[in-house]
Design a protein around this ligand. Structure first.
Ligand SMILES: [Zn+2]
Length: 266
């Protein structure tokens, strides 16, 4: 009984000392979608004062892959998890934030390399198990302008795209040499703009690793120590979908009080 009370108090005080970073862009008709997607549809169905109460509701129709969203493994790997098959435990994990925005600034086709990951590990330690690895390229500031996000004058033509992302060798390293549950980017794809074979998508999918695209505010996370929650809409048989992604920073980490609790018990 005493132990149970202690744990409850610990959880309560710990949550009073967390900072929550919203890693999500708005979802609207202005959002960036991959070309070919049917237009986003937000239709007001009712907004009126009724007898004693206000009442409003809307229709929302959206493609899966636009704005801040998750790719289910099935998106590029036949037979792997579709959205409703992703275990809830694969939607929460320790954050790894790798900032390569300086390299992306001088090279719009830059791809996160194995060397970038190993340099991060040399400074911050080995990537924790079941991590959500988020690469930051400085693209989130460009949303929702499709010309700037896709790096082209013709956002309807993917062959002209120039934006950075994850090198397939880095995806192979993360899925083979490390244990990760998701890999995310602030740009519109986990493959770079000039990709035609989407190798990183394929590698992540084959390992039942989620891809996160259009992630906002990645640079507000510390390199390690935060927890990411992927609030992916649970569409049956979906290949992906809009996600409210949150970064939780435990301000008490290192204090010795409840340290690690969020990472293990949330
Ligand atoms: Zn996608």
């Amino acid at each position: 009984m005493i132990a149970a009370v202690y744990i409850l108090a610990c959880v309560t005080s710990s949550f009073a000392a967390v900072t929550v970073i919203d890693l999500t862009h708005d979802l609207s008709e202005d959002s960036v979608f991959w070309p070919g997607a049917p237009p986003f549809n937000f239709t007001i169905l009712n907004r009126e004062q009724r007898d004693g109460f206000w009442y409003e509701f809307n229709y929302v129709g959206t493609s899966e892959h636009g704005s801040t969203h998750a790719d289910a493994p099935a998106h590029f790997a036949k037979g792997q998890w579709r959205v409703h098959e992703i275990p809830a435990s694969n939607l929460v994990g320790p954050a790894v934030m790798i900032d390569v925005s300086q390299k992306a600034k001088s090279d719009p086709d830059y791809r996160l390399s194995v060397d970038d990951i190993q340099k991060w590990e040399a400074t911050h330690g080995r990537i924790p198990d079941r991590a959500v690895v988020l690469a930051y390229f400085g693209i989130d500031k460009l949303y929702p302008n499709p010309f700037l996000v896709f790096g082209t004058r013709t956002p309807s033509d993917p062959t002209t795209f120039h934006f950075p992302s994850i090198h397939p060798e880095a995806a192979t390293f993360l899925t083979g040499q490390r244990s990760v549950i998701a890999v995310g980017v602030d740009g519109p794809s986990t493959d770079y703009g000039q990709s035609t074979t989407f190798d990183t998508h394929v590698i992540l999918g084959k390992h039942n690793v989620l891809g996160l695209e259009g992630v906002n505010n990645i640079a507000k996370l510390p390199p390690r120590g935060a927890t990411v929650v992927i609030g992916l809409i649970k569409t049956k048989d979906g290949s992906g979908g809009p996600a409210r992604i949150l970064g939780i920073i435990d301000d008490r980490a290192g204090s010795g009080v409840c340290e690690g609790l969020i990472h293990t018990d949330l």
